[in-house]
Design a protein around this ligand. Structure first.
Ligand code: SF4
Length: 161
């Protein structure tokens, strides 16, 4: 049985406490603890945060397919790429692309999107198979709102090996 721990933050209120999520069996969330290394919450989570596992695993919760409505023209996560960038980086429409940031990397299916300007890619969060949170670091937060940086993240893209 495989098990990993993922450092992220609680989205249940504006406090965005740092949490560490235990993930087993290739994707099942089985535990949550406060992140002692989080710069502000320092290990604290409230009762609602402690219920994250229960809330996540509820059969009646809205899942990614419901939450990512605007990008839901297909039932899988897609990295939106401008047509000129697709040509420069040799990424074909529908092919798998590797996305790397300073904090991590993910593999996701690419879609050429004529609405994007060159130099910008777009990926909705909320998908387990291509978890955009892996490209972020919950310790890098906006000082005013304490929201982790979830946009304007420098990334490199390439065809998936
Ligand atoms: S753990 Fe509690 S206080 Fe912290 S963000 Fe979640 S709901 Fe808010």
């Amino acid at each position: 049985m495989d098990m990993i721990k993922v450092r992220t933050h609680c989205r249940s209120c504006w406090a965005n406490c740092g949490v560490i999520i235990r993930v087993e069996n290739g994707g099942q969330i089985t535990g949550v603890t406060g992140d002692k290394d989080h710069p502000r919450s320092r290990g604290y989570i409230c009762a609602k945060g402690a219920q994250l596992v229960w809330g996540h695993n509820r059969p009646d919760r809205l899942n990614s397919y419901g939450n990512v409505f605007r990008a839901r023209d297909e039932d899988f996560p897609a990295l939106r790429v401008a047509i000129s960038d697709a040509a420069i980086f040799a990424i074909a429409d529908g092919a798998l692309a590797l996305v790397r940031s300073l904090h991590g990397e993910i593999t996701v299916r690419a879609r050429i999107d004529l609405r994007l300007r060159p130099g910008v890619v777009s990926l909705s969060h909320g998908w387990h198979p291509a978890n955009a949170t892996r490209l972020t670091d919950s310790r890098i937060v906006d000082p005013l709102t304490t929201q982790p940086q979830m946009s304007a993240i420098p990334v490199a893209i390439a065809p998936a090996p």
